[in-house]
Ligand binder design. Structure first.
Ligand SMILES: CC(C)(COP(=O)([O-])OP(=O)([O-])OC[C@H]1O[C@@H](n2cnc3c(N)ncnc32)[C@H](O)[C@@H]1OP(=O)([O-])[O-])[C@@H](O)C(=O)NCCC(=O)NCCSC(=O)C[C@@](C)(O)CC(=O)[O-]
Ligand SMILES: NC(=O)C1=CN([C@@H]2O[C@H](COP(=O)(O)OP(=O)(O)OC[C@H]3O[C@@H](n4cnc5c(N)ncnc54)[C@H](OP(=O)(O)O)[C@@H]3O)[C@@H](O)[C@H]2O)C=CC1
Length: 422
């Protein structure tokens, strides 16, 4: 595709024209691209084409630290928002969720290729204060929000060491801030030590950005059909125990938690890749990948606890560049990055509860597929006005026929009926 050489240097119009020369885009396709065009986004990313719309909904019933939130969630998957609202409603009946961030410190590394580990260690011991001063000078305004907390020396292997910087980045996610500091320290190391720096970059490991959320669910909120609340509670606790010892289950257990957390992270203009990386590396921090939550049956009901890093901010990055993100901060009404972490952990706990309850009672398909059928109808070409009619017709079919092929057939029949004026 020679035409794409220097694509990023072309004007928007030329980029679009080039694209249409190399891929088959219909006038309808071009109309979609045009309708979602937003000039602001063109300043956020490279080779900008258009905005990609994702659905946004509001989760309800979430009570964290005594305050009820309406939570904007951006997600394409049916039943995620229903589940978050459902789990939150059950936790609300137990008094709501209690959450607190253990710490909000972002860490980063200057990784050095060391030919003399001890010499670097000696230099570090004598220069620790100067290193922290170098970091601070690289971003002096950080003292308005937080500050350089510490720097540590780590031996990675016989040829590599790292200087690990610990920074309270205030209400920002802090990656850009920390990276500037790390690069300044790297220059100091090369100038004073003459040791080649391999790289300097923040760590997404997030072990100093951890939040805990807990909640109690009365047995009455868990009763399902013939199953008593205590039976359901016991099964949920058992499901969490399995996720704690069996990585193949833990992966899905944590995906269920991140269904909710990611949806809010995206809605608030945060870096969901950083959040995902932190959550899953934390889940594997002891050598085996484990579930991020625990549930246990107590006399008072089912007690749940989630503990994970959630590196987000309420300022910086795209948080107040994306127009719907700015609106979502109005809906959320949060005042700090700490509060954001508490709400996100609460959403994760609620999401997990709803998923586990569905899994150990009706099974996931009953609740999920009822909402998924709308997606099927839309995929089959139903208009918004036809969706409910197609869903009702699908629900009358045997479960194994509630599929896309039958949805297409139903939509085709409806179009024929409309044509025949029935
Ligand atoms: C789907 C439900 C909620 C039905 O659950 P239900 O008990 O039949 O719902 P309900 O009609 O009794 O309503 C209970 C509450 O759920 C909410 N709710 C109920 N329906 C709606 C709706 N249409 N729109 C919005 N909210 C809804 C709503 O908050 C409602 O309370 P209310 O506000 O009415 O007092 C339940 O079966 C559920 O929570 N299932 C879990 C679904 C889920 O986790 N979906 C994510 C996709 S599957 C996945 O990726 C995760 C997983 C499962 O793999 C994770 C894992 O393996 O651990
Ligand atoms: N691996 C990763 O995760 C990486 C992520 N990123 C990206 O980095 C971005 C996040 O980095 P971040 O440094 O937050 O981005 P920004 O530089 O956009 O935002 C931080 C700035 O916000 C200002 N600010 C205003 N109020 C506050 C406050 N209360 N607390 C703290 N800062 C405040 C400060 O500017 P001032 O000091 O001028 O007042 C601060 O420098 C994200 O977009 C992420 O995608 C980048 C590289 C790697």
């Amino acid at each position: 595709m020679e035409k794409l050489h220097g694509f990023h240097r072309k004007s928007y119009a030329d980029r679009l024209a080039t694209l249409t020369e190399v891929v088959p885009l219909s006038p309808a396709d071009l109309d979609v691209i045009n309708r979602h065009y937003n000039a602001v986004s063109g300043d956020l990313i490279e080779n900008y084409l258009t905005d990609y719309g994702l659905p946004e909904g509001i989760a309800t019933n979430l009570v964290v630290n005594g305050r009820e939130y309406l939570v904007p969630m951006v997600v394409e998957e049916p039943s995620v928002i229903a589940a978050a609202s459902n789990g939150a409603a059950m936790l609300k009946r137990g008094g709501g969720i209690t959450a607190h961030a253990e710490s909000r410190v972002l860490t980063g590394e200057v990784i050095i290729k060391a030919d003399n580990v001890l010499a670097i260690q000696d230099w570090f011991t004598n220069q620790k204060a100067a290193i922290m001063e170098t970091a601070l000078r690289a971003h002096p305004s950080i003292t308005k929000y937080g500050g350089v907390q510490d720097v540590e020396f780590n031996i990675i292997d016989e040829a590599h060491v790292s200087l690990e910087l610990f920074v309270d980045v205030g209400d920002a996610m802090g990656a850009n801030t920390l990276n500037s500091m790390l690069e300044a320290v790297a220059e100091q190391i090369e100038a004073e030590l003459g040791q080649p720096v391999l790289m300097s970059i923040l760590s997404n490991f997030g072990d100093h950005n951890v939040v805990i959320a807990t909640g109690m669910v009365p047995f009455a909120a868990l009763q399902r059909g013939e199953l008593s609340g205590e039976t359901v509670a016991t099964r949920i606790a058992e499901a969490a125990d399995v996720a704690n010892i069996y990585p193949k289950r833990a992966a899905t257990h944590n995906k269920g938690i991140m269904n909710g957390i990611d949806a809010v992270v995206v809605a608030t203009g945060n870096d969901w890749r950083a959040v995902e990386s932190a959550a899953h590396s934390f889940a594997a921090r002891k050598g085996t990948y484990k579930g991020l939550s625990k549930w246990r049956v107590t006399d008072g009901g089912l007690e749940g606890r989630i503990r994970l890093p959630i590196p987000t901010g309420i300022v910086g990055g795209a948080t107040h560049v994306l127009e719907m993100s700015k609106v979502n901060y109005q809906i959320l009404g949060i005042q700090s990055a700490l509060e954001m972490m508490n709400v996100l952990a609460g959403v994760g706990l609620a999401q997990n509860l709803a998923a586990l309850k569905a899994l150990v009672t009706d099974g996931i398909q009953q609740g999920h597929m009822r909402l998924q059928l709308k997606s099927l109808a839309l995929t089959a070409g139903a208009t918004p006005a036809q969706v409910n009619q197609v869903v009702s017709a699908l629900q009358r079919l045997p479960k194994h026929e509630q599929d896309l092929a039958h949805a297409h057939q139903l939509v085709a029949n409806m179009k024929e009926d409309d044509t025949d004026g029935k």
